[in-house]
Design a protein around this ligand. Structure first.
Ligand code: GLA
Length: 387
């Protein structure tokens, strides 16, 4: 269901109720689903995400002073800060915005004070990059109010630094970049070293389903220790193998040097090396209009994430299995960082309604957790919408 128009209506109303005025600017920054290429971005590798028709909206008007006053309507909280005197705090959504503000300060771009409202329809902590969307929405509004030109790639990198340095989450570039440069009706193959992209059209008779398991990574703050551990293992593999990054390692080279690596580190590296191959292949088969081949690659990706990289969970495995057991489904896999959140499937469009119903029912029967299945469309990256 596409609720985006209702979010933009809601945000106007909340803005009016909160500030007794109309916003001067509203931006929309999408979440994303990664079709394939998981845990490859921070290895200088390849990813194939699409921005989705679920987004964070940020409505704002400038103030005469430098106070940034933000109302988060989905959390019913209000936060105030001054970009010149930033301090870290515990509250999740505003820390992403402060992180972006700190990077603007660092780059000597003066953000004027503002009154703002955030609202959105991206499920939180579900692996759909609501945090990158928050960051890109903030960057877009800050650029507009500071009256500087919008440079999406520069701002994606700035947002990634905000997340690395302010929030302390050592993520790669994928989420921020796709929220910045996503394209309507296209998935993008991204080379995370050169940041070159190749647009890929999904076959017309295929529907992409995001399948929220209703489970979340447990006991986490903003910082993800399992993620950092995986990243460190990949870096160790690259160091031992004497390559700049795992992107530079072929499967033959890895196998020839297997004995040099700790067995666990070897499996982590094997995931990344094979996932890069699958991602490049995925772009080729999609361009050739072959969803069955794409589905097979997605299934293989899931197995590699489950057994070699060990970031899947029983709920994600169950969801992917149930999806695949449906005849019109070409393939399914977990998506995003892992440890809960969402899986993604590609399904023959004429079977979409039945797929949605059947998989949700079966999943709930098996796990006693109510899932959410969304048919997603590829949407454009962050943009201004009429205020
Ligand atoms: C998270 C990170 C991304 C990427 C994925 C795994 O979403 O933010 O940079 O590493 O995990 O592919």
């Amino acid at each position: 269901m596409d609720k985006s128009s209702s979010v933009s209506e809601r945000i106007r109303k909340v803005f009016q109720d909160t500030y007794n005025a109309k916003p001067e600017i509203i931006v929309r920054a999408p979440g994303r689903v990664n079709l394939i290429g998981e845990h490859t971005d921070y290895n200088d590798g390849f990813v194939l995400p699409m921005a989705i028709n679920r987004a964070i909206y940020f409505a704002a008007r400038p103030r005469a002073d430098r106070q940034v006053r933000l109302h988060f309507s989905d959390f019913n909280t209000t936060e105030i800060f001054n970009p010149e005197t930033l301090e870290k705090g515990p509250s999740a959504p505003v820390e992403y915005i402060k992180g972006v503000a700190s990077q603007f300060e660092f780059e000597k771009i003066e953000i004027p004070g503002l009154d703002g409202v955030f609202a959105g329809d991206i499920p939180i902590s579900a692996g759909l990059s609501s945090s990158a969307a928050l960051e890109l929405a903030a960057a877009r509004v800050f650029c507009a109010l500071a009256d500087i030109p919008w440079e999406p790639v520069r701002m994606a990198k700035l947002a990634q630094r905000a997340e690395n340095e302010w929030v302390g989450m050592n993520c790669g570039i994928m989420d921020q970049l796709i929220s910045a440069i996503g394209e309507k009706d296209k998935a993008l193959l991204i080379d995370c070293r050169s940041l070159q992209t190749t647009q890929t059209t999904l076959p017309g008779n295929v529907t992409v389903f995001v399948m929220d398991t209703g489970t979340r990574r447990s006991g986490h703050g903003l910082v993800d220790s399992a993620y950092s551990e995986r990243r460190a293992q990949c870096e160790e593999a690259a160091r031992v193998l004497k390559v700049p990054a795992l992107r530079d390692c072929s499967l033959d080279y890895l196998e020839a040097n297997r004995d040099l690596l700790d067995p666990l580190v070897y499996r982590r590296a094997r995931h990344v090396v094979t996932e890069n191959q699958r991602t490049l292949e995925a772009q080729r088969v999609l361009a050739a209009g072959d969803p069955a081949a794409m589905g097979k690659l997605m299934n293989e990706s899931h197995a590699s994430l489950q057994y070699d990289f060990e970031v899947s969970t029983p709920a994600l495995d169950t969801m992917a299995d149930l999806a695949r057991s449906f005849p019109g489904c070409y393939g399914a896999r977990m998506t995003g960082g892992g440890f809960g959140g969402c899986a993604v499937a590609i399904v023959q469009s004429e079977d979409a309604a039945e797929f949605q119903q059947q998989v949700a029912l079966e999943y709930e029967n098996q796990l006693q957790i109510k899932p959410q299945l969304y048919a997603c469309r590829a949407s454009e990256g962050v943009s201004l919408i009429p205020s």
